[in-house]
Every structure is written in C-alpha cells, then in structure tokens.
Design a binder for this molecule. Structure first.
Ligand code: NAD
Length: 475
C-alpha cells in the first residue's frame, strides 16, 4: 500500500511515534494508502523548518526573476505529472477524472505561473512630495505561512494559497485536509524537484482540532494563516490566531443563489445552473444551491433543469465519462443524505435524487421548501438544490440576500439594466451574470458575512502575504 509522508525541511518523514491513518478511496470504500498522522510535534517541526528557510535560506532574498523561474519550473512539472496529480484527487475524494485532468490540475499550474508573473510585474507606490520629502512603499514577505485547506478542490485550493505565498518570498507549511492528503504530498515532491530550496514548502498531514491543523494556528512563529473551510472552523481558527495577533485570511462556507428571470436565455441558464448545482457533486463553496426562478418561466425551467440533471452520468470517478462521482467520505454522505429527509426539506417534494448504492447521491431538486427548512438555510455541500418561485425583482433580491453567507450569486437575464442593478444589490463577494465559475486571477476572491474575512487574488494576495513598509526620505 502506498505510504504518504510529511515533507519537512526537504525530507520525507514519518511521524515521530509512527502514527498513521488510512486514505480511503470513496468509490471502492477501501484504504489505498496510509498517511503519516501529524500532531503538534510534526507541525512545530515544519514551522521550525519553514522559519529557518525564511530567516537563513535564499528564498526571501532571491530576485523575483530567480524565484519566478523555479516556480515556473514547478508549474511545468505539474503539467508533466497531470495524470498522477489528477488521479490523486480523484482517488482521495471521488472527483471525476476528466474534471481533475482538464480543470483542477491545469488551473493549479496556472496559479503558480500567474502569481510568479504577477509578483514580478507588480508596481508599488511612490509618492514624491515637493516639500523635499520622498515616500515609497516596499512589500516585504510576511514570513512563515500556515496554509490549511479543505478537501473539495484539494490541489486547486492549496495552490491558490501556496503560489502567491511563495511568489512573494514567504515559506509555507501546508496542511491538506485529512481526506485528501495525496496531491499535496506530490506537490511538495515536485517543488523539490523543481529546485525550490528545502524548507520553503513543507507539508504536514493530520486532522484539525487537537492535531496538526490546530497546532499550525497557535504557533507564535507563524506570521500568516490562510484557511479555506467551514465557517465554524474559521471561527475556531480566528480565536486561536487572536492569541498571537496572527493575521488571517478566511475563505469559508457558502449558500449561493441563482436568480433566473423571465427574460433569461433558458438554454444558457439551464446549462450553467446544472454546472453550478451539481458540478463536483455539489461539493463547491460557490455552488448555486438556491435557485430562484421567476413565475413566468418557472415550470418550463424546472422541467428542463430536472431532465438535464437526470441525464448526468453517475459512476466510477476514474471513468472519463463520469460526471458525478461518490461523495468524498462516508461521514459527508451521511450529512448530505440527512438534508433529504422530510424534516430537513420541510416536507417539500424532491424531484429525482436520493441516495444511490455506494456513497453516491443522485442530483436532487427540492421544490419550494418552506423558508425555515434546513435544506434552504444551511450549506448542504452536495448535489442538492432548492427551487423557489418569485414574482418581482425586489422579491428576488430579498430572497437572495436572506442568508448569513455571502460568497456567490448568479443571475440570468437578457435585460442589461436589470443585470447591473441586481448584480450590484447582491451581498456577495462574487456575482456571475449569465455564466458561472469563470475566474480572473487578478480579481479579488472572497466572501461577505459568514463566508470569510479578506480577499485573495491578484494584488489582494500581495496585501495579505506581505508587510508593507513605508519609507520616507528627506532629499
Ligand atoms: P473543514 O473546516 O472541516 O476543514 C478544512 C481544513 O481545516 C481541514 O484541513 C481540517 O483538517 C482543518 N481544520 C479543522 N478544524 C481545525 C482547527 N480547529 N484548527 C485548524 N485546522 C482545522 O472544511 P471541509 O469540510 O474540509 O471543507 C468544506 C468547507 O469548505 C465548506 O464549508 C465549503 O464551503 C468551504 N470552502 C470554501 C471555499 C471558499 O473559497 N470560500 C472553497 C472551498 C471550500
């Protein structure tokens, strides 16, 4: 059986006490690898290695060109190992291999290329003053970064953190989610192969509370914590980070809305709504899991949407034709199916859907649940979508914003005025009009309310991963 180890200070290591846990393939429901189980000891060792690489190593002192060259080399190696990286995520969490190969891995390599180039080309403020003083701003690397990641887009979200942190000269300790340790381990190996110095990218495996995750949030030698995961976990990490005044960047849960107006191009709306609700088996923070459809097109939309959902192929995630794989773990399968019982749906009718053999859930469409129903209020994080009719634009905006989350919103309309008006009324960090999930890496990404603190992407990543130093000089 494969053995997945920590990568600390350039070496592959086991935990000091030899502890391991199993890496379960959710399709076979069997362990296919053992994983080193890190605790505070391993997390602290990794932070010490990262600290040493930052304080004494070449990385923060290299030019942007030198660092960029190594980061580009890593991206090239990722392309060359596309299959291995894709299969790692597919086996770890059931992501369909076609999505992993054509979206997750290429986008992960792009994250490195983009942030290396963005850092190299970035300008900084320069404020001449006629009174004889001259001010300019430096962006110094922050230091050691703890990066704590979720399991739904393992490699893609890890690289979204690691790439800008490295590009700006920081060193990193990455803790992948316990369900998806494999691709992070491969990434750390490839980083060493690319020539990125030892200790610059460390990977520690383990769980959250009382394990490696928590240890990475309480260590005073950590200068930044970037976390993606559940809002409740964000609150726990926020409390831990406060003790050391460690700055945090949080990308948390979501309960995205999707508004379809009477004048929408329905072919386009149905096609994106399917992707938004059921892509990655709905295990997406940005998922359009609350559909609101205007009365004039409601019945036609639901009919076409349900037919398209029923046509999505469930199956072995290693099969290139599969669109929906199993849910990532048994625990998650139980959570998601719990949202389909009568109490959670408020006794609403469910079209299609329900549990299938294995840890599969078929695309499930909950028709007009009551406003208090947990399926409508809480993040399900599975292939479950609610559909609620609305009459007016004002009503649609109120319904859309009736959530403590604020990560993503979508709207479909051919009316230009309405598109801008409604987009500008969404309490949401990301709004897509007539599309979904299209990302420009220069743009800020993050959420309002319970969906997060701060933004990452482009210059926003620089703000988080560097310390600004203002220098004023008398000429
Ligand atoms: P999670 O919060 O359970 O775990 C995320 C990571 O945090 C894991 O690595 C886990 O081990 C670690 N962790 C847990 N408790 C910890 C603690 N007390 N201290 C330190 N680390 C701890 O989330 P998950 O189930 O892996 O991921 C799903 C969630 O992530 C959903 O809520 C989803 O919306 C959210 N998410 C958000 C975004 C975004 O960009 N906003 C993207 C993807 C996923």
């Amino acid at each position: 059986m494969k053995s997945i180890k920590h990568v600390i200070g350039g070496a592959e290591v086991d935990s000091a006490d030899g502890a391991t846990f199993e890496d379960i393939d959710p399709y076979t429901q069997e362990a296919y690898a053992t994983v080193a189980l890190g605790g505070a000891r391993e997390a602290d060792l990794a932070v010490t290695a990262a600290r040493k690489a930052f304080d004494e190593g070449p990385w923060p002192r290299m030019s942007f060109e030198e660092r960029g060259k190594l980061i580009h080399k890593l991206a090239d190696l990722m392309d060359q190992h596309n299959e291995d990286l894709a299969l790692a995520d597919t086996r770890d969490m059931g992501k369909p291999i076609t999505a992993a190969k054509t979206k997750d891995v290429p986008r992960s390599a792009l994250n490195f290329r983009f942030f290396a180039d963005h850092a190299r080309l970035a300008e900084s403020q320069h404020l001449p003053n006629s009174a004889g003083f001259h001010t300019y701003v430096q962006h110094a690397p922050a230091g050691v970064v703890s990066a704590i990641a979720p399991w739904n887009y393992p490699l893609m979200l890890e690289t979204w953190k690691v790439a800008p942190a490295l590009a700006w000269g920081n060193t990193v300790v990455l803790k992948p989610a316990e369900d998806t340790p494999h691709s992070a381990y491969l990434l750390a190996e490839l980083a060493l192969e690319a020539g990125i110095p030892e200790g610059v990218l460390n990977v520690v495996h383990g769980f959250g509370p009382g394990s490696a995750g928590e240890a990475l949030t309480v260590n005073p030698a950590v200068d930044r914590i970037t976390f993606t995961g559940e809002s409740g976990t964000g609150k726990a990490i926020g409390r831990a980070a406060a003790a050391n005044l460690t700055p945090v960047s949080f990308e948390l849960g979501g309960k995205g809305c999707n508004l379809v107006f009477d004048d929408a191009d329905l072919d386009n709306a149905v096609s994106w709504a399917i992707e938004a609700a059921f892509g990655n088996a709905g295990q997406v923070c940005l998922a359009g899991s609350r559909l609101y459809v205007q009365q004039g097109v409601h019945d036609e939309f639901v009919e076409r949407f349900a037919a398209a959902a029923a046509a999505l192929q469930l199956g072995d995630p290693k099969d290139p034709a599969t669109r929906i794989g199993p849910l990532a773990s048994q625990e998650h399968y139980r959570k998601v199916t719990g949202y389909l019982d009568a109490e959670a749906t408020g006794h609403a009718k469910v079209l299609g859907g329900g549990a299938a053999p294995g840890w599969f859930v078929r695309p499930s469409i909950v028709i007009d649940p009551p406003a208090h129903a947990p399926v409508l209020r809480e993040e399900v994080f599975g292939p479950v979508v609610t559909v609620t009719p609305f009459a007016t634009e004002d009503e649609a905006v109120k319904l859309a914003n009736d959530t403590p989350y604020g990560l993503s919103a979508m709207l479909f309309t051919e009316n230009l005025h309405r598109a801008h008006r409604v987009a500008g009324s969404m309490n949401s960090g990301n709004v897509w009009v007539n599309c979904f999930f299209v990302r420009d890496l220069r743009a800020p990404f993050g959420g309002f309310g319970d969906s997060g603190i701060g933004r990452e992407g482009g210059a926003f990543s620089r703000e988080f991963f560097t310390e600004a130093r203002t220098i004023t000089m008398r000429i």
